[in-house]
Design a protein around this ligand. Sequence first.
Ligand SMILES: NC(=O)c1ccc[n+]([C@@H]2O[C@H](COP(=O)([O-])OP(=O)(O)OC[C@H]3O[C@@H](n4cnc5c(N)ncnc54)[C@H](OP(=O)(O)O)[C@@H]3O)[C@@H](O)[C@H]2O)c1
Length: 315
Amino acid sequence: MNTDLSETIQLGKADVRVTPLGIGTWQWGDSMMWGYGKGYAEGEIKAAFDASVAAGITCFDTAEMYGFGKSERFLGKFIRADGQPVVVATKFFPVPWRLGKGSLLRALRGSLKRLGMQQVDLYQIHFPLPPVPIETWMDGLADAVQAGLTRAVGVSNYNVEQTRRAHAALAKRGVPLASNQVEYSLLKRDPERTGLLTLCQELDVTLIAYSPLAKGLLTGKYTPENPPAGTRGRMFRPDYLARIQPLIGLLREIGTTHQGKNPNQVALNWLICKGALPIPGAKNARQAQENAGALGWRLTPDEVAALDAASDAIR
Ligand SMILES: NC(=O)c1ccc[n+]([C@@H]2O[C@H](COP(=O)([O-])OP(=O)(O)OC[C@H]3O[C@@H](n4cnc5c(N)ncnc54)[C@H](OP(=O)(O)O)[C@@H]3O)[C@@H](O)[C@H]2O)c1
């Protein structure tokens, strides 16, 4: 079945519907990884927001830690200026000195203040960090739903066992675990290998795929001759960039048979075909617009299998 641009999907069993592709906003104010302020700034990210909404993509993922609050502030500002309803997901960072569920509610109120909202649509635990047990944070999430501060709750970077525990703890409070946000792309297929994707499907938890373009690598613009600058340049060495080129070639080749889709649109469509909800980050209107072109069509099962094989071949 083709994905229609007007189609929405339910977030797990929660009463929240989202477009089958979202948009990540880590880039909006972050200078450490993404170089905010060098080559792009508020004008460009506002244009990314506007282009996204214009293309029908209305699910935005942020976090209190992105740009130390800047991302939430920008998102809130753009939403108020635009006035159209959107879906907002943000995240709680369980730093070790946050010890009780009261700290979660205080952090959520802080996020709401920065966003200028009364309620978010999805509140997620960013990482399963010790020392606080999963059950304590789930209790806090259930309290947040009860207090009307969020419509749905989720987790992020939780493995199979942690997802089971989170799901069970929330179920005791009658709250569904709506989502688990984890790294998933053609260059990072752990959710398939560990059984997390299958578990999420069994439990009716939406698997949100972060870094779906492998931090820009799957756009095909980075090669051994043209590596990314800054932190990503140190993460992705030229020999790795060389090894992924056959996969990029296949993404291009498959794209030509779908009215000239580009590698990033094919890579995002592959994730949608796997049943995940990708949230590519965008720094400007062109990137947001282009990524929206991943919707409205579908790869064939043979093409998905060919991409699986090309991804498996990268060692
Ligand atoms: N829960 C977590 O722990 C976690 C962790 C990471 C990310 N996330 C979320 O997931 C979102 C997406 O992940 P990500 O930002 O790490 O990586 P990504 O979506 O894989 O890559 C985003 C980057 O790729 C490049 N790009 C995107 N669209 C493009 C296009 N159409 N053409 C050319 N280049 C394009 C841009 O960087 P350049 O132009 O600089 O190449 C952009 O900043 C984040 O924004 C955040 O919301 C969550």
